[in-house]
Design a protein around this ligand. Sequence first.
Ligand SMILES: Nc1ncnc2c1ncn2[C@@H]1O[C@H](COP(=O)(O)OP(=O)(O)OP(=O)(O)O)[C@@H](O)[C@H]1O
Length: 284
Amino acid sequence: MTESPAVRTRGLHKRYGRRTALAGIDLDIAYGEVVALLGPNGAGKTSTVEILEGHRSRDGGEVTVLGVDPARVGRFGRAARDWRSGIGIVLQEATDLGELTVGETVRHFARYYPAPRDPAEVIEVVGLTDRTRTRIRKLSGGQRRRLDVAVGLVGDPRLVFLDEPTTGFDPAARRAFWELIRTLAGAGTTILLTTHYLDEAEALADRVVVLAGGRVVADGPPTALAERAGHQVTVRWSGGERRTDDPATVIAELTRRFGGPIPGLTVTRPSLEDAYLDLIGSRP
Ligand SMILES: Nc1ncnc2c1ncn2[C@@H]1O[C@H](COP(=O)(O)OP(=O)(O)OP(=O)(O)O)[C@@H](O)[C@H]1O
């Protein structure tokens, strides 16, 4: 028998008063997949993720997460505890027990889980071993986010939700964080991340799901989505640019025009960002 997916929704609906926030979301996430949920402000990302986490009710449709309907699992009792222990939630700036140290914090959260990972090992995975005895209020923003991830991982979840994990990071911290996510993915953890950064989705995700206006407007590997922007490449040089299906001819023409090397020449394929802007632009 094949295992059901880690996440499955069919026709997921959510309304706030008269406003429809989710107008029928179908989403599958297989075990081991890393999926990025993208979309402009108000597209429905947070609503979707919070329904999957069991933190928000829905108005229609089917949902299973780790084989269980989050709306039926309840808050207390063994079934709820078992289900929750399979899920790691990494919220923005969630972990703020300022006077505790990194080690104390991770050990504190470990006690909530039936079969936690070794806190010291989790601290090592997120690269905070040399900060184990540091108080949280003395950590940098990037180190705090790593601690948030450690808290999300200490229960040894099969599925991790990451909400805009690198917002506010400097470029080096982002790269380091991406490496951490790749390590988790490499170990088989299923990950759903929301992000506003296209390069982040491209760097980390096996699949990108784009929401706009409460619907899925695209779902596929980043490269496949980028190709939807068309096959034209952009040839740029100092003083101009042209989109073309035939860059060789354009470059030959420019070489003749400049009588030699073309200043500032670049040739770029359509990016995920081009496709994304196309998708959300055409469906405001
Ligand atoms: N608690 C709420 N009460 C009323 N309306 C809400 C509530 N939460 C969300 N909405 C509305 O539902 C729609 C979807 O919001 P949601 O927060 O899910 O979008 P999002 O994609 O996460 O946006 P962002 O990128 O800004 O975080 C928006 O129109 C929003 O205004």
